[in-house]
Design a protein around this ligand. Structure first.
Ligand SMILES: [Cu+2]
Length: 323
């Protein structure tokens, strides 16, 4: 565990808090002078570390107070996909996975630009700063919705379920705003700092348990997703094995362990993990935290591998096999 990383995480939190206090002191008490309608407010979707390895399941801010006639502009700030989804009983949260019957409505943007009452179904479709090749959907970077009725509107992310929740509080036109956009931006920065600190903790915990023969495939809890193999570079002898273990994930997060050229079909397992000496070998897309994928290496060499879903975020590793 590198203490410098911890110091940086702590520093990020302290800086964000410091900035909040400083700006609160400088800024007017509120933006209550605003009485017109039609203001557009920005909410960030997701959050991530600069190197993309830590991904957050949060909206920034989670709660926003606006007036009737205002618009919320959601903007994606992470490679990890999320949705902004005002669900109803016909479109519930569920397994977000190609092939599940609900995948269609979860990944499809609704055409309406307005919403007039809580309980109406609206969906952004899949939002991310970068498309994931394996996900056969349209990727969006932003979503706008104008709120035309008073109420408390709760929304969720279809990808991450009930653990990723946001609320839009819509009050009568002309109601004084309790917070400025600047204040909401600070809430988002604070949430991001918490996600990164939590992700670094998950990484440190996995690092303590990992060995040359036991590598963890990602790690996650209700706040952060770690898109990394831990340890990502290991050394074993010819004839020995490495067990790739999904067990540091607190819930089902899809990953693959894939050596060699891309398999023709990424979903099922490919190749023989009992005797690996090069070429394509893949666990297939695996979601269950109980999964283990044990690979026995029969020939010296250095074998690079990756997660087919998250390699764009830096989820790659290597196994060096020595005589
Ligand atoms: Cu992955």
């Amino acid at each position: 565990m590198k203490p410098s990383r911890w110091l940086r995480a702590l520093l990020a939190v302290m800086l964000a808090i410091g900035a909040g206090v400083g700006i609160a002191a400088l800024a007017p008490a509120s933006a209550s002078a605003h009485t017109w309608t039609g203001t557009t407010w920005t909410v960030q979707v997701g959050s991530e570390s600069r190197n993309h390895l830590i991904q957050g399941m949060n909206y920034g801010p989670t709660d926003i107070w606006i007036d009737v006639g205002d618009t919320v502009h959601w903007t994606s700030v992470s490679m990890e996909p999320h949705t902004v989804s005002f669900v109803d009983s016909a479109h519930p949260l569920g397994d977000f996975f190609p092939g599940t019957p609900s995948f269609g409505y979860m990944s499809t943007r609704t055409p309406q630009h307005t919403i007039s009452a809580p309980g109406e179904f609206r969906n952004s479709g899949v939002m991310a700063t970068m498309a994931i090749d394996l996900l056969p959907v349209t990727f969006y970077t932003s979503y706008n919705l104008k709120f035309t009725g008073v109420g408390t509107y709760t929304y969720y992310c279809y990808v991450h379920g009930a653990m990723m929740k946001g609320t839009v509080h819509v009050r009568p036109a002309g109601t004084a705003y309790p917070h400025t956009q600047r204040w909401y931006d600070i809430q988002a920065a604070l949430a991001r700092a918490v996600v990164i600190a939590d992700g670094n903790l998950l990484r440190a915990q996995a690092r303590m348990l990992a060995t040359n023969h036991h590598v963890f495939v990602g790690a996650s809890d209700n706040t952060a997703l770690v898109m990394a193999f831990t340890r990502s570079h290991v050394t074993v002898h010819v004839g020995q094995s490495v067990t790739f273990d999904w067990g540091r994930n607190g819930f089902a997060v899809p990953h693959t362990v894939t050596f060699g050229p891309d398999p023709a079909n990424p979903l099922p397992p490919t190749g023989d993990p009992h005797h690996y000496s090069g070429g394509t070998l893949s666990s297939g897309v695996v979601v269950a935290p109980t999964t283990k994928f044990k690979v026995t290496f029969t020939k010296a060499g250095t074998y690079d591998y990756r997660c087919l879903i998250h390699d764009g975020m830096g989820m790659v590793g290597s196994v060096r096999v020595i005589p």
